[in-house]
Design a protein around this ligand. Structure first.
Ligand code: GUN
Length: 285
């Protein structure tokens, strides 16, 4: 069996075309969504991510700005900038790129984002809303993964799903979303003792660890859907996934490539959530 390639770029392209139409409709009512991104420091990968988010927002007609702060910025300086954006009525959505420099507490910063502008869904109030089932901003990578799974034509009801990696950004929220779709989810992590057995018995594998080629062909059940969230620079400087794509594609039913799989959907969902923030602000459901 050769796996269906789940082309994130194609899925994202169609989704963004629909978002662009919605932005155009809003603009006719003088409503213009705006995404503000705070970037602290000069980490190359983070700079590239935030530039992609800004470019993608502008391409669908939104306004976007990057507030680039010095690596040596204090926590107070970042909080002040955040407060300014919280109170700026022209700003629909705010995103603070993580990781932050050591002197700035991530927890304090995420807690200070106005929950109604928190398009990453990282503020504790929005995390709580996700778990109580209230309307909220769903974190962008998990939301993107669910969109890709829709395109894999898999009914998740009762299926065994293995999520590898328990991060707040991906592993934990995506486990919740998959559970909401009636999947039976096993959240694997570095201390799990039965990883191999669980993976071999999984209809879907979502890997979000950041270890190159952690998931090999011998760990995948024939026909399984494999979603690769890994995005680690390899020795050749190219980004590599958690999944050994070349071998796993021979046995999986469907698989996402890296790059061009989950990444484009994450950015798309930042745009989706920014649009939602602006709509909700204006009482549009
Ligand atoms: N760093 C890595 N992924 C993300 C993300 O989804 N949002 C933010 N703000 N920072 C990140």
């Amino acid at each position: 069996m050769v796996a269906k390639i789940l082309d994130g770029k194609e899925i994202a392209k169609d989704y963004r075309a629909k978002l662009k139409e919605e932005v155009e409709r809003l603009k006719k009512q003088n409503i213009v969504p705006k995404l503000s991104v705070i970037l602290v420091g000069n980490d190359g990968a983070s700079q590239s991510y935030v530039n992609s988010k800004k470019k993608a927002a502008e391409k669908i007609g939104m306004i976007s700005e990057i507030v680039h702060m010095d690596e040596s910025s204090t926590e107070e300086e970042v909080l002040n900038e955040l407060e300014r954006l919280n109170h700026d009525d022209s700003v629909s959505g705010i995103l603070v790129q993580v990781p932050l420099p050591d002197q700035v507490s991530e927890a304090k910063i995420l807690e200070a984002i106005d929950p109604s502008k928190d398009v990453d869904g990282f503020n504790p109030i929005n995390i709580g809303r996700l778990y109580t089932g209230e309307r909220t901003f769903i974190p962008c990578t998990p939301l993107g993964i669910m969109e890709i799974l829709k395109h894999a034509d898999i009914d998740l009801k009762g299926k065994n799903v293995a999520v590898i990696g328990r991060s707040h950004i991906v592993g934990q929220p995506v486990s919740k979303l998959l559970t909401d779709q009636d999947a039976t989810v096993t959240l694997l992590h570095s201390k799990s003792q039965n990883t191999e057995e669980v993976l071999k018995n999984s209809d879907v594998i979502v890997s979000a660890v950041g270890r190159i080629h952690l998931v090999t062909k011998d760990l995948v059940k024939p026909g399984a859907v494999v979603i690769d969230v890994g995005n680690t620079p390899g020795e050749d400087g190219k980004l590599k996934g958690d999944v050994d794509f070349q071998s796993v594609k021979e046995i999986a039913g469907a698989i996402t490539p890296v790059p061009g799989g989950v990444g484009p959907l994450t950015i798309t969902m930042v745009l989706n959530n920014t649009l939602l923030a602006e709509k909700w602000k204006n009482g549009i459901e």
